[in-house]
Design a binder for this molecule. Sequence first.
Ligand SMILES: [Zn+2]
Length: 295
Amino acid sequence: MTGRSPPWPNGARSAVAFSFDVDADSVVHASQRAKAPGAIAALAHMRYDPHVGLPRLVDLFKGYGVPITCFVPGWVADTYRPSVEHILGGANEIAHHGHFHEWPSGQSREAEREALMMGIERIVSITGRRPAGYRAPYYGLSENSFDLLIEAGFAYDSSLFADDVPILLESKAGRLVELPPPASVDDYSQYVSARAFDYLMNISPPSRALAVYRAEFDALHEIGGLFVPVWHPAVSGRPAQARAIGDLVEHMMGKGDVWFATLEQVAAHVRGLIAAGTWSPRVERIPFYAEPVLR
Ligand SMILES: [Zn+2]
C-alpha cells in the first residue's frame, strides 16, 4: 500500500540519519581556481573541517553509538586521507559529494560523469567499495544527474527538499531512492558569517539553531518521517555547535523509538519494503517537465 510514512525497523516511529558534508577547501579551489592559494582566510576557514571539526564530530557520535554519513568530495578524500579514514569505524558511511565540489547543473554531461567517476575512485581507494549514496554539491543536481547516478550504480541520492519521507525518482535510466533532507536544517543558514565567502548571515546562538533543528525533528517524529540534517564540520564541528548537536542527540534518544541509521541503511530498508510489497513510496518522474511550461 502507499502510505505517507514507511514502517521503520523494530517498530521505531521515525528515522534519523545524521549527515555531514565534508567540503573542506575543495569549494575554494573550485570557485577561485588559480587564485585559490592566495585566499588564505577562506582556506583556513575550510581546513578547520578535516583538521578539527570532523574528528570532533566523529568522536562525539562514536560516544553515543550513533552512526553518521559523511559526504566527501574525491579531492578531499585524497588530500586529507587520515582525517577521512578516521570516519570509518562503527557503522559510519562515506558517500559521494563530487570531486572538487563542482556545481553539477553548471557542467556538461561529460564533465559531470568525469567528476562522478573521479570521486568514486577516491572513495573506493579508502573504503574498498563503491559509494552507495550521493549528495550534489550546492544541492545543484542537473537534469543529467539521475541517469548518471543510476548508470554508476548508486543506491540513493540525498539532495532534494522534496518530501518528509523517502521517495523514488524515475528517470530514463531507472529508479533511484531519494532521501530528502528538510529544507530548514542546513547549518550555513544558522551559523555562517564569513566575508571570505561573501556569505553573511546573522549568527544564531546554538540554542536557537537547536530550537529549529529540534522543532523539525519533533514534527517529523510525530508523522513518522525521516530527519536528515545537512551539516558541515567547518561550521557545526566548532565547540559550541558540536555541544548543541550532543544535546539534540540526547533529546532524540530520550524518545526511545527513533531508528538511528546511515543513509545507506535507510535506502536499503526502503528497497526492502518495496521488494516485499509492504510500502510504496511516492514516485516522481525526472525531468518534472519534458518541455518548458512557458516560452
Ligand atoms: Zn558541500
